[in-house]
Write a protein that binds this ligand. Structure first.
Ligand SMILES: [Zn+2]
Length: 458
């Protein structure tokens, strides 16, 4: 009999901090542990080496007409600092009041173990289950998945044959309210540097004859938004997906008030573009944000200088159907049009990521072109969450970006079904991380029902 909690404890005992080279043995231990557990339940395991940490690819083959689901997870964890704030030892899993404490318990070892346990128990009951399953478990998620796109390219032909990706690496607001994340924002980041004179100048000897680059960059930045909060760049909103009524209705069911949100942010009031509530704006609208700005003298006291340079770091969050390359062109064009000609400037591209959306079946007025197997999976997820958790799941887009989901869509053309399982009080990335074992048991039940429903009829 497969005991999920005991297995999770073993998993947590391997200190797999991917960003810190001194945890090399823990990384190898965690990788061998998942590889071993999947081999023990009948999977063919391949360890895929990358420039950094290997990926575990484990296959349950079957007839070509059987449905094929990919289950994603990651075996690496965040560093444990500040270790003094932990009440238990981070790599000694400890059960207290129905929670299992330890680094990685909720991100992502617990939720990953939910799916491994579901598969193990399902195959124990029905060894002939007509379903192909591929586990795709990486060891670099907490460092931004640098090897993941190249891995997808390499295994594209095989993996693109699957029907969809199933994973649990997102959150839920409360124990009884499951959220299925069905959209993520994309990204377009860049740096802008403005140069005036060839070096810093004396503001007395030369003040009043040249344009100050700090003034130039400040005026340019100020021009990029309207007073009401909308981005002021021609065509910026042109491709933004129109929000459908079902999405607004879904969001209205969320049990949080705007006032709670305002207090959480610690601001006197919101500054949200017209026609959108704060909860809507953060999910449905693109942004242009200044992440850092500087130039000139920053030290104690005064220094009468006209600086030679000023810089700003800018990021845009994008929503479906915006294309980061088109947005880049438009933003860069606006900067070119507005930059005064008596300074020079330089733009440096940082990274980009495409936005993502999957529309659950039966909701949209314009039904998406989806595989019937994905539609079946969503149907089973909806019904089993309602039965097991006692409440219908909410289907919400999130404001953040999960680059691997967009990469999977871009390279494999596959959609992801994201079943959220961790709670705000699970303390992800912080001291005293834990996973709620009741949520774990319910998650296993839901995952089993979904996989059983997705399997072929015979
Ligand atoms: Zn994670």
């Amino acid at each position: 009999m497969f005991d999920p909690v005991e297995k999770l404890k073993e998993f947590i005992r391997h200190p797999s901090v991917s960003t810190d080279p001194s945890f090399k043995a823990g990384m190898a231990g965690a990788k061998d542990f998942v590889a071993g557990i999947l081999a023990s339940i009948g999977f063919e395991v391949e360890v895929v080496n990358t420039d950094m940490h290997p990926l575990v690819l484990a296959r349950r083959q079957g007839r070509p007409e059987w449905p094929h689901v990919i289950i994603y997870g990651h075996y690496d964890v965040q560093p444990v600092d500040p270790v003094a704030l932990w009440k238990t030892k981070p790599f000694e899993p400890t059960e207290i009041d129905g929670r299992l404490y330890g680094r990685g318990a909720a991100d992502n070892k617990g939720p990953l173990m939910v799916h491994i346990a579901a598969v193990a128990q399902l195959l124990e009951r029905n060894p002939k289950l007509p379903l192909r399953i591929t586990f795709m478990i990486e060891g670099e998620e907490e460092m931004g998945s640098p090897s993941f796109p190249a891995f997808l390219d390499r295994y594209k032909e095989e993996l693109a044959q699957a029907d969809f990706v199933f994973l649990s690496d997102t959150g839920i607001p409360s124990e009884n309210q499951v959220v299925v994340t069905c959209g993520l924002r994309g990204l377009m980041l860049f740096d802008l540097e403005v140069t005036g004179s060839r070096g810093d100048l004396h503001s007395g000897l030369h003040g009043g004859v040249i344009r100050n680059p700090i003034q130039a960059i400040a005026e340019l930045c100020a021009s990029l938004h309207h007073a009401d909060g909308r981005v002021n760049i021609p065509g910026f909103y042109e491709d933004v997906l129109e929000v459908e009524p079902w999405e607004r209705q879904e969001l209205a069911k969320l049990d949080t008030s705007e006032e709670q949100y305002r207090q959480f942010l610690g601001v006197p009031s919101f500054h949200t573009p017209p026609g959108f509530t704060p909860f809507e704006a953060v999910r449905f609208l693109p942004t242009l944000e200044f992440n850092g700005i500087g130039g000139g003298y920053q030290g104690e006291g005064t220094k009468t200088v006209i600086p030679s340079k000023a810089f700003v770091k800018i990021s845009c969050r994008l929503v479906p159907n915006q294309d980061p390359r088109r947005i880049r062109e438009r933003v860069y064009q606006a900067i070119a049009d507005r930059m005064p000609k008596d300074v020079t400037y330089r733009l440096v591209d940082q990274h980009q990521g495409i936005p993502y959306i999957v529309v659950p079946p039966g909701r949209s007025n314009t039904p998406p072109d989806q595989s019937p197997i994905l539609a079946r999976a969503f149907g089973a997820l909806d019904a089993s969450v309602a039965e097991v958790f006692g409440r219908q799941p909410l289907y919400l887009r999130e404001g953040g970006s999960v680059p691997i989901i967009a990469d999977i869509k871009r390279v494999l053309r596959l959609d992801s079904m994201m079943l959220g399982l961790f709670l705000p009080e699970d303390n992800l990335h912080a001291p005293n991380e834990s996973f709620n074992l009741r949520v774990m048991r319910k998650g296993i039940e839901v995952s089993q029902r979904v996989l059983a429903a997705v399997a072929a009829d015979k």
